[in-house]
Design a protein around this ligand. Structure first.
Ligand code: 13P
Length: 251
C-alpha cells in the first residue's frame, strides 16, 4: 500500500453554512485525479449539512477541527470523539498550532486527545511545527521530534494507519511566507526517519506527511513534488474554490 496524496482544507472559523456548501460544491464538480484524497476540516456546525450535500462518489471526506479527550460528561461547550464517530465524521484535526497557542493545548493533553479519538474509531490529522525563534535557533527538528514523542508515539504500528501528519511551521501560517520546498523536504524527511526508527520502514513509507503554511495555487506543485511531501493542509487558499481545485490538481 503506497501512501496517499492528500489535499486537506482547514476552513478554521470561517464561512456560513451556505458559503460552505457552495465551496464544497465547487470542489465536487471539479475534475480531479481520483487517487488524491481531499479532506475538508470544517466547523462543527457545518458537518451535518455538508454530509447531506457531498455525494459519497465525490471522494471528499470531512474532518472536525478539534475534539475533547473524554467520551462524555460535564464539559460545557465541548464535542467528544464519540459524538463525531456517531456522526460518521472520519477525521479530526488535533494539535493545530492555533489550538496549542490560544487554547493552551500541550503535548500531554494532545496525547490524551489522540488516544480518545483513536479509541472512538476516528482517524487523525496530527499537526506539529515550530515557532520562528525555534527555527532561528536551529532547534526545529528537535522541537518537532519532542511533539511527536510526547503525543503521537504512544500509538502502536497498527494505529499509525489512522494517522496523517501535518507539518505546519507557525511562522508560515497565514503569513504569506511559505517554507521553501527544501525546508519542507528537510523536515518531512526527518519526520519520516523518526517514524522509521520508532515503527519501521513500512509505517514510515505508508504515512502521509502534509505541509501546511501559506500553501496556494502557485506554490503547491513545487512543494508537493518534494519526495517526502505528500500534500498540504491549507488554510486561506482552501476558502477559494478555484484555487483549492488548483491545489488538489498540483500532484
Ligand atoms: P494558511 O494556509 O492560511 O497559512 O493556514 C495553514 C493552516 O494553518 C492550515 O491548518
Amino acid at each position: 500500500m503506497a501512501r496517499k496524496n492528500v489535499a486537506a482544507g482547514n476552513w478554521k472559523m470561517n464561512t456560513t453554512i451556505s458559503q460552505g456548501i457552495e465551496l464544497a460544491q465547487t470542489l465536487t464538480s471539479a475534475e480531479r485525479d481520483k487517487n488524491t484524497l481531499v479532506i475538508l476540516a470544517v466547523p462543527f456546525t457545518h458537518i451535518f449539512p455538508l454530509q447531506k450535500k457531498i455525494k459519497a462518489s465525490s471522494k471528499i471526506q470531512l474532518a472536525a477541527q478539534n475534539c475533547h479527550h473524554k467520551t462524555s460528561g460535564a464539559y460545557t461547550g465541548e464535542i467528544s470523539p464519540a459524538m463525531l464517530a456517531d456522526m460518521k465524521v472520519p477525521y479530526v484535526v488535533l494539535g493545530h498550532s492555533e489550538r496549542r497557542e490560544y487554547n493552551h493545548e500541550d503535548n500531554a493533553l494532545l496525547a490524551a486527545k489522540l488516544r480518545a479519538a483513536l479509541d472512538a474509531g476516528l482517524k487523525v490529522i496530527f499537526c506539529c511545527g515550530e515557532a520562528l525563534e525555534i527555527r532561528k535557533a536551529g532547534k526545529h527538528v528537535g522541537h518537532v521530534k519532542t511533539q511527536l514523542i510526547e503525543s503521537l508515539f504512544q500509538l502502536d504500528a497498527q494505529e499509525m494507519k489512522s494517522i496523517i501528519i501535518a507539518y505546519e511551521p507557525i511562522w508560515a501560517i497565514g503569513t504569506g511566507e511559505t517554507a521553501s520546498p527544501a525546508q519542507a523536504q528537510e523536515m518531512h524527511a526527518a519526520i519520516r526517519n523518526m517514524l522509521q526508527k520508532k515503527y519501521g520502514k513500512r509505517v514510515a513509507d505508508n504515512t502521509s506527511i502534509l505541509y501546511g503554511g501559506s500553501v496556494n495555487g502557485g506554490n503547491a506543485k513545487e512543494l508537493f513534488s518534494q519526495a517526502d511531501v505528500d500534500g498540504g493542509l491549507v488554510g486561506g487558499a482552501s476558502l477559494k474554490g478555484q484555487e483549492f481545485v488548483q491545489i488538489i490538481n498540483a500532484f
